[in-house]
Design a binder for this molecule. Sequence first.
Ligand code: F6R
Length: 609
Amino acid sequence: MCGIVGYVGGGSAKEMILSGLKSLEYRGYDSAGIALIRKGKLLVRKESGKLKALEAKVGGPEFDGPIGIGHTRWATHGAPTRENAHPHQSGDGRIAIVHNGIIENFMELREELTRENEIRFVSETDSEVIAHLISLYYDGDLFDAVRSASRRMRGAYAVAALAESEPDRIIAIRKDAPLIAGVCAEGGLIASDIPALLKYTKDVYFIENNEIVVVTRGGVQIFDEEKTRMNRTRTHIDWDVTAAEKGGYEHFMRKEIFEQPAGIRETLRRRIDDSGHIALDDLEFTKEELDGLERIYIIACGTALHAGLIGKALIEKYARIPCEADLSSEFRYRDPIVNERTLCICISQSGETTDTLEGLREAKRKGAKILSIVNVVGSSVARASDHVFYTWAGPEIAVASTKAYTTQLTSLYLIAMYMGLLRGTTDEAACGRLLGELAEAPAMVEEVLKNEERFIGLAKEHYKKEKIFYVGRGLDVVTAQEASLKLKEITYINSFAIAAGELKHGTIALITKDVLFFALATQAALYEKMISNIEEMKARKAQVVAIAKAGAGRIGEVADDAFFIPECSDEIAPLVSIVPFHLISYHIAKLRGREIDQPRNLAKSVTVE
Ligand code: F6R
């Protein structure tokens, strides 16, 4: 959840680190710090709170140098205090480290270091043990000390270390936490995430588990555990710097909501060839392979799982292969029936979510082939997969996922149709119709976005409500779940989503006049049923706002209010009908004065279990 940045070179390490950490603010953090080597002295400054507090502490030229590491911390072990902030130092102050992840055996190590080496700990964190361990093994070679220390650590980590007596290099290591390195005109760089490096380079090395990186002014060198130098090619990142900036928008979330038409268009453009056919040949599926599949599992978390739930319906409909969508965190522990006749589709915006990565590994161990749908090029999920389908949403910075979701859905339409065509379970005409509609989807989303004033009005009317529930039937149940998640995470309003037919089996007891329902009714065959459900809610005095397709008829009279998305097929509806909820949640959060891009307790990529 935390951010790491490091720099060695001819420029100002402080400037690079602060700029890098700023671009990682979206990850969520509650303290920050920097360690630098200046004129042979290791200097550390850290502060609780936001980067501004740290900036105030490192203002003058006396705190700068050609080499440094920085960190933004999101508190897990220990409160967000200055003591618990990174960098952590060895007792003699000559080693400093920053760490992402969790050291699972830190209590054991802490006790041992206290008992046998009389080390006095100054923080409550798991990370501090790393600084002391490295110092214990330090014999004039930071590389060897980091390597030895890592052998004692269990858990997940990306660590960058500095030694006062080696003012020309940073040593970093990773295991199950993201770490990338790059080279710019003036030196070598390291970071936990791509946006931190974008301003300096777009060509990065993805560091693999247990690899050690040496960052110097001359560049970066990567070694395996045995100290063998690895020959790596760099990956070019196609994002531009401005894509990771707010560009005049008040919040990243609103910017990203408005970027959805472009994201859908780009995801389609990359996968539809000049003759209008779906081009997924690089995934290298054969008809025999698909015919031989017993089942497909889609695994993902949160919003990505909601995309997966729609994907399940599409794959079953078009490719006629039994498909289950499961939470990664449940899948990995429930001994799922997986073998070589299983395809596991992992969906992840960041490609770094630990639950999904571990679920992927579990499926792989059992013999499944892995197809991942990922937004971040070269991320851990992508690298661990047999086939990768990249979404082209561009960097998603706001914690609440919007454009990643609609591009994930777009990818799933294409994958389901592609599989169906290859297997012969669907025909060109049916796919042609859906593809034609997909091509129209960006314009439909644009149409919805034009109604922002209407959603602001709805937000003004309802932002003080304490209970907002979402209902639907068929694919609308998933949209209801995603809409409810969006509301919860950025407004903190109590909310859930339920299949409308399930209300009467218990939940109906919660309905009072204080409840607001958003009722989705975009699925033609279930439209009349939804009208009855809305009547049920109205009879119990709840307020109901309906979302239906243009031309849907009397729903506007049954509900208190209704918004109509452009006319489209039932299958395409989820791609369009989620967008009003993005804007409604955003404006409710704004009216409630919430930290929209970085809601409390949340981080952008969840690299802990
Ligand atoms: C919600 C949200 C989360 C993520 C989830 C998975 O708005 O962003 O629910 O969808 O943590 O993250 P990724 O897709 O990075 O694996």
